[in-house]
Every structure is written in structure tokens, then in C-alpha cells.
Write a protein that binds this ligand. Structure first.
Ligand SMILES: Cc1cc2nc3c(=O)[nH]c(=O)nc-3n(C[C@H](O)[C@H](O)[C@H](O)COP(=O)(O)OP(=O)(O)OC[C@H]3O[C@@H](n4cnc5c(N)ncnc54)[C@H](O)[C@@H]3O)c2cc1C
Length: 487
């Protein structure tokens, strides 16, 4: 059955893994007390499976696979039209609105769409069969509605050195051995979104590789429970609040993201899951296409922005100041920034094009402009939300104090604002804004916006490559009657 229910998804990820968390080795994570920290990230992914079941979201959340002919979750779809590219960003905004955090399934989705055309082009050049291998692998993903993580970022060691010049050769994941059945790889992939609760991961190189770096030019699909994989759970700001009694101090107590530090220690990859092996000249295309699709994916932040704007407006209402002109102006400013992000996400999708492989790709320049804006605007939207919420978001007493029979009623007395506002609701809302602007969720709204899909400079390099400055010089020359051949 191509569309899993949220419950089926949950059961399907209850597989023993090799996980470290707070210095403890954990195998059945769903039975461990730390599950309270992990659970919100799983709830978030469950929301994707739930929305795909709902009639009202069918058009956005599902698509007809060109590989199997079946209706599949859009997160496993290979874009077949401009409409698909537009529906992708619609889906991402919707899920941002539903969860107010990173819903984790975009990285593998973007990796698959990049690999689809790159494997096709490799086969054209080398007569290899990577494209068919990838299609067979992906059909299985679609038929089983699998959650695929996307693993690009290596630990990278000394950033000024190439992979082969690193003191530790494992600073970039690479092939260490092979036989006629497959290859063995070693290295680490860091900041891995949703790796713990995904079924499989697509691994790709971090950067375009050069002669001599062939062993680093490798891409494959791998079961996240495979032998040799160790996961270490990434700490998040105020994460242990989830272990406390009561959920009010958590902020977004339903949903969250998750990043894993993943070690690959001589992991075996069978041939039927290898999509690139030593083809250095195609690594640049794979990295750039994946990054382009992923920079389009930051449409998700507009959905989170919608929720934060709503929360800030509600905080102003709870304070009785919603009609003040500067409050309204600040809300307008937040909306304008958020919709500017949305405009770029739509534009890079609408200006997409068809690759020779038959799939559709976003406009590279506009996708990079989109992500460059995303590295900035959520910070400004967050600043305005903190302004409207008041300093109380970082000085408020704990829920334990609020629930204490002696001091609780006194806290409630002084936290009261307008007569019709229940103190508990105000408390909940302020913690939610704290969470989004400086707590666990600020990771996905701010730092992920900054570094996810590449740090800001990576987009500036791509913008400069796509900018066609010489053409613009010619435009100016033409108006000024300066001959075009002149320098
Ligand atoms: C929340 C979150 C989720 C993520 N999810 C995923 C995921 O699911 N999968 C995945 O593969 N990756 C993921 N990433 C990783 C993300 O792509 C990287 O963070 C990003 O590419 C930057 O790499 P880095 O963090 O190693 O930063 P660094 O490389 O340490 O960069 C830090 C600074 O140094 C600069 N710098 C780096 N190298 C050079 C150089 N050679 N010359 C000059 N300046 C340099 C950068 O521009 C930046 O300003 C995620 C990141 C975050 C924060």
C-alpha cells in the first residue's frame, strides 16, 4: 500500500538502532525515557503521513508516480511538471503551518530529484546503468512510502584543505574497500535531519571533487539501521525541558525537529543501491542540483513564519495593545518579509524547466536568491515577534512555580493582563514564542535557515555564477551607444 498511515509509519520505525544520547547507548529508543525528547520529531513526520491521508490535502500531499503509476506521497515523487514544483512548495508551507518546525522529509526528496537527472546523464556519458538502478531503488521507496533522509554534509576537518589533503582521510566519507557485490564506506555525516526516524538515507558527496579524489565521489541508498552505522543524538537548546513534569515550559510541546551525528564505520553498500561510484566529473552537478532543490525547499520557513506571526499578533492581543499603530506596522513588516520569501519560492518553481532525463528542476538563480533571503528574514521576523511578546519570554517562572499551591496563584495574579485572557493560555503562548525565537524550534527557524542547504556564502557563489553580469553590462552599453565589443 503506497500511502502509510501515521500509525503504520510509527510501527515501521521501531527498529533497533545503535544510538548514543546523553552518553547512554540506546537500542530500542521508543522504550527509553529519553523518548520524551525524541517523540515530537516523530509526531512531526506523522503529520506528513496524516495530511497525505486527508481528502482536503490530496492534491498537495500526493501525486501520481510516473514510475509505478500509483498514487504516492509527494515526498517520494519525481517532479514531472512546473505544477509539481509549485505543489512541492505549497506542501512545504502547509506543513510548516501545521507543525511550526522542520518536518524532516525534504532532504531525501531533494536528493532523489537531483539524482534522477544526474544518473541519467552519467549513463549517457559512460554507458553505465545508474539511472535504472536508481529508478528500481526509488520504486521500492514509493511503494513502501519510505521516509528517506538526505546525507551530504561531511565533518570536513580543516576547511582550507581538499579531502585528500586532510590529516584524517575520514573527514570526508569515502570508499575504503570493494568486492564484486558492493563497496565499503567510512566517514561521518553530520547535522543529519530526521536520520533516527527515517527508513533509509541517500548519501552524496559534500563538494565537487577533482582528480585523485575518486574514492570520495560516491552516492548510494542505505538502510539507516545497517551494520556499522552509529547515531549520536544532537543536543538542542532547552531539550531536557521535555523530560520535566508538565509540558507548558516546552513551548511547542507537540512537534519538533531532530539532527543526528552519523558515523559510517566500514558500512557495506550493495551494488543495487549505488548511484555513483568514482565519477568525479558529475559530483559538481549532483551537489549543485541537490542544493538548488533544497534551497527551493526553504519555502517551509514561510509556513513556520505564518505561525510565528500569528503568535506575535495573539501576544499583542493578550497584552491589550493590538490596535496600537506600531504593533500593526510591525505585523505588516513581518508579513511583508514572509511573503517575500514565499514569492521567491514560487518564482523559482514557476520558472523551472525540464531536464533531458524527463524530470523538472527549479530555476537555480532564483532558488539561491530564495535561500539567501531565508538566511536573513526569519531572524528579523523573530526579532519583531520578541518585540511584540515582551521581555517576559525570557524571564518567566517555571511551570512548577506556576503549579505550586503557594506561589502559583500569586504568579497568576501578576501575569494576568486583559480580563478575558486565561493566564495559562498567555503562559503557553509566551513559551511558544520563546521556543521559536530562542529555544528548540529556533534551531530550525533560525540556524537551519542560516546553514541548512549550505551557509550563506554557498548561495552567493551560485548567485554570482548565474548572474550573467556581462550581459547586464551589454544592456547598459546598448542604451549608452557604447560598442559592445569594448571592455
Ligand atoms: C539544523 C540543520 C539541519 C541540517 N540538516 C542537514 C541534513 O539533513 N543533511 C545534510 O547533509 N546536512 C544538513 N545540514 C548541514 C548544512 O548543510 C551545513 O551546516 C552547511 O552546509 C554548512 O556546513 P557546516 O555546518 O559544516 O559549516 P562550516 O563548514 O563549518 O562553515 C562555517 C563558516 O565557515 C565558512 N567556510 C566553510 N568552508 C570554507 C572554506 N573552504 N573557505 C572559506 N570559508 C569557508 C562558511 O561559509 C561558514 O561561514 C543541516 C544543518 C543544520 C544547521
Amino acid at each position: 500500500m503506497p500511502l502509510k498511515t501515521p500509525e503504520e509509519y510509527l510501527e515501521s520505525i521501531k527498529r533497533e538502532i545503535n544510538l548514543f544520547m546523553f552518553g547512554e547507548k540506546i537500542s530500542k529508543f521508543w522504550e527509553h525515557p529519553f523518548y520524551k525528547i525524541i517523540e515530537p520529531s516523530i509526531n512531526t513526520v506523522k503529520m506528513i503521513y496524516e495530511c497525505a491521508q486527508r481528502e482536503e490535502y490530496k492534491n498537495i500531499m500526493t501525486a501520481k508516480s510516473h514510475l509505478t503509476g500509483e498514487i504516492v506521497n509527494r515526498f517520494t515523487h519525481i517532479h514531472q511538471s512546473i505544477d509539481d514544483l509549485l505543489l512541492k512548495v505549497e506542501m512545504q508551507r502547509l506543513l510548516g503551518q501545521k507543525t511550526a518546525c522542520c518536518f524532516q522529509r525534504c532532504v531525501g526528496f531533494d536528493a532523489a530529484n537531483a539524482l534522477y537527472s544526474v544518473t541519467w546523464e552519467m549513463d549517457e556519458k559512460f554507458g553505465s546503468s545508474y539511472h535504472d538502478t536508481f529508478k528500481e531503488y526509488w520504486k521500492d521507496v514509493q511503494r513502501n512510502d519510505l521516509f528517506i533522509a538526505g546525507s551530504m554534509t561531511d565533518s570536513k576537518g580543516d576547511r582550507s584543505k581538499r579531502p585528500i589533503n586532510q590529516t584524517d582521510p575520514d573527514a570526508f566519507l569515502h570508499i575504503v574497500d570493494e568486492n564484486n557485490k558492493g563497496i565499503f564506506v567510512k566517514g561521518a555525516k553530520v547535522h543529519q535531519t530526521g536520520f533516527l526516524n527515517s527508513h533509509q538515507a541517500i548519501v552524496m558527496p559534500t563538494l565537487a571533487l577533482r582528480d585523485g579524489e575518486e574514492d570520495y565521489a560516491v552516492s548510494f541508498g542505505i538502510d539507516t539501521t545497517a551494520k556499522g552505522i552509529t547515531m549520536i543524538y544532537g543536543r538542542q537548546t532547552s531539550d531536557t525541558r521535555k523530560l520535566e513534569e508538565g509540558k507548558l515550559d516546552v513551548g511547542n510541546f507537540k512537534y519538533g525537529g531532530q539532527e543526528i551525528f552519523v558515523i559510517f564505520d566500514n558500512v557495506f553498500i550493495p551494488n543495487k543501491q549505488i548511484f555513483m561510484k568514482r565519477e568525479i566529473e558529475f559530483t559538481g552537478a549532483l551537489v549543485n542540483r541537490f542544493a538548488g532543490y533544497h534551497r527551493q525547499s526553504y519555502a517551509c520557513k514561510t509556513g513556520v513564519g505564518d505561525v510565528l506571526i500569528g503568535a506575535a499578533a495573539l501576544a499583542a492581543k493578550y497584552n491589550g495593545v493590538e490596535k496600537a499603530s506600531h504593533i500593526r506596522d510591525k505585523l505588516v513588516e513581518m508579513v511583508q518579509l514572509n511573503e517575500t520569501l514565499w514569492s521567491c519560492a514560487l518564482a523559482c518553481s514557476a520558472k523551472g524547466f525540464k531536464r533531458e532525463a524527463g524530470n523538472y528542476e527549479m530555476d537555480m538563480l532564483l532558488a539561491n536568491v530564495n535561500k539567501q533571503n531565508v538566511t536573513r528574514f526569519p531572524y528579523e521576523i523573530g526579532r519583531l515577534a520578541e518585540d511584540l511578546a515582551g521581555g517576559i519570554i525570557c524571564t518567566m517562572p517555571s511551570q512548577q512555580d506556576l503549579d505550586n499551591t503557594e506561589i502559583g496563584p500569586i504568579i497568576k495574579k501578576y501575569l494576568s493582563t486583559c480580563d478575558d485572557v486565561p493566564v495559562n493560555d498567555r503562559y503557553k503562548l509566551l513559551r511558544f514564542i520563546e521556543n521559536l525565537s530562542m529555544g528548540v524550534a529556533s534551531l530550525s527557524y533560525k540556524t537551519e535557515s542560516l546553514h541548512g542547504a549550505g551557509s550563506p556564502q554557498a548561495q552567493r557563489i551560485m548567485i554570482s555564477r548565474q548572474a550573467k553580469i556581462d550581459d547586464k553590462i551589454d544592456l547598459a552599453k546598448a542604451i549608452l551607444d557604447i560598442p559592445v565589443q569594448e571592455l
